[in-house]
Write a protein that binds this ligand. Structure first.
Ligand code: ZN
Length: 63
């Protein structure tokens, strides 16, 4: 079950939310209840894609 990171455009609060099917278009800020939130790329997937490129080189670099 995917957890997405969001940032509220109203109060600038960042929060994580577990998204159920059909809920992804109905996200509101837990603090100010504003629907004006921006989905962030999750830290896990962001690091996975960026580190994937250097993963082939890093084992030799550490030894
Ligand atoms: Zn908010």
């Amino acid at each position: 079950m995917p957890i997405f990171e969001y940032k509220c455009n109203q109060c600038k609060k960042e929060f994580e939310k577990l998204i159920f099917t059909g809920e992804e278009n109905n996200i509101t800020c837990p603090d100010c209840k504003s629907p004006d939130v921006a989905k962030k790329m999750s830290a896990a997937s962001f690091m996975g894609s960026s580190m994937g490129k250097c993963a082939t080189n890093s084992p030799k670099g550490f030894s």
